[in-house]
Ligand binder design. Structure first.
Ligand code: 8YV
Length: 329
């Protein structure tokens, strides 16, 4: 048991979460500004704490973990993806890592559908035309996108979020294909009318829209590279709400520019908040600033999960959302 843990929270969290933390834990150290901390600043703040609450903007690699103070025993991440945390380095030091699964599934799936609709129906291009004063009025041939219904959706990573996207795709009349390390249980696959592809390369030429929902790991870093983009249909679209590094952004921009792909919808980038110029310059790309889970409800529920994980751990029990190595969302 750690009755009154010292807790460092690296970013401003929703008001309700911060209030609950301060009520429950007198040792909660909350930020007053919301600037992402540099490595050395972070290490300095981790010298005398039991618990660290990072977000995706903190690099919690082996160096940071080895330089943290000896008291650090729990990293309670605000977010489901833990690719910014070196799990092995944490575990080797006996530090438990937790995350916030389940509560941002629906919001991220909604954002995925929004990106699909936006890019396939050319909403960004059209909105821009209207605002620039170039809209000359309705015309039978103008701004035709593609019909969503009847298209084949390819899902890379069929976890919670992939499944929620599949359910939405069913409602839109799309067929669902997925590539995952393991096949879903037959009942779940039947319910989602989903087809499993053991071989990603074999699935790619078959889909009209590809959407990414796997975690960023050594195996998935650069998974959608120039070669795999080249396997896709020329009139296909790519959507990414997972992690930028999974897609080779330069290869994607080149494929879009060369007309080897019809469009892309991206919510995540490999070097956030920097977005490659080559992508910014393209008309057939919808870009969003990493906001898949950005709802009032979702962020509040993520905060609740962080608080629960800390509370259960400080009471001497195993926290409900402990992340083990080999984790998948
Ligand atoms: C969060 C996310 O905004 O949970 C994740 O993995 O990418 C987003 O929902 C972010 O991670 C907060 O740390």
């Amino acid at each position: 048991r750690v009755p009154d843990p010292q807790i460092f929270v690296s970013r401003r969290l929703p008001d309700q979460t911060e209030s609950r933390m301060s009520e429950l834990f007198s040792g909660a150290q909350l930020r007053t500004d919301d600037r992402a901390l540099e490595r050395d600043e972070l290490v300095a703040r981790l010298q005398d704490v039991d618990v660290f609450v990072p977000t995706v903007t903190d690099t919690v690699d082996a160096d940071v973990i080895s330089r943290a103070g000896p008291r650090l025993k729990l990293i309670a991440n605000f977010g489901v993806g833990v690719d910014h945390i070196d799990l092995k380095a944490a575990h080797d030091r006996g530090i438990i890592v937790t995350n916030t699964p389940g509560v941002l599934t629906e919001d991220t799936a909604d954002m995925t559908m929004a990106l699909i609709l936006s890019v396939v129906r050319r909403m960004r291009e059209a909105g821009r035309m209207l605002r620039s004063g170039d809209w000359a009025g309705w015309a039978p041939t103008s701004l035709r996108g593609r019909r969503i219904g009847g298209k084949a959706l390819g899902i890379v990573g069929m976890g919670r979020i992939g499944g929620a996207v599949a359910a939405r795709a069913n409602a839109f009349g799309m067929s669902v294909h997925y590539h995952n390390r393991s096949r879903m249980a037959e009942a779940a696959e039947t319910a989602l009318r989903a087809t499993w592809w053991d071989d990603l390369d074999a699935m790619l030429p078959e889909v009209d829209i590809l959407t990414i929902h796997c975690p960023l790991t050594e195996e998935t870093d650069g998974l959608i590279d120039a070669r795999r983009l080249g396997l896709m249909k020329e009139d296909a679209y790519l959507v990414n709400t997972a992690r930028g590094e999974i897609v080779d952004e330069a290869a994607l921009a080149a494929a879009l520019k060369a007309g080897k792909l019809a469009g892309a919808g991206l919510d995540v980038f490999s070097d956030e908040p920097n977005v490659p110029e080559a992508l910014l310059a393209l008309p057939n790309v919808t870009l969003q600033p990493h906001m898949g889970s950005a709802t009032v409800e979702g962020r509040r529920a993520m905060g609740d999960k962080v608080v629960t994980n800390i509370r259960v751990w400080s009471d001497g029990h195993r926290p409900p959302d402990q992340v083990l190595e080999g984790w998948a969302p």
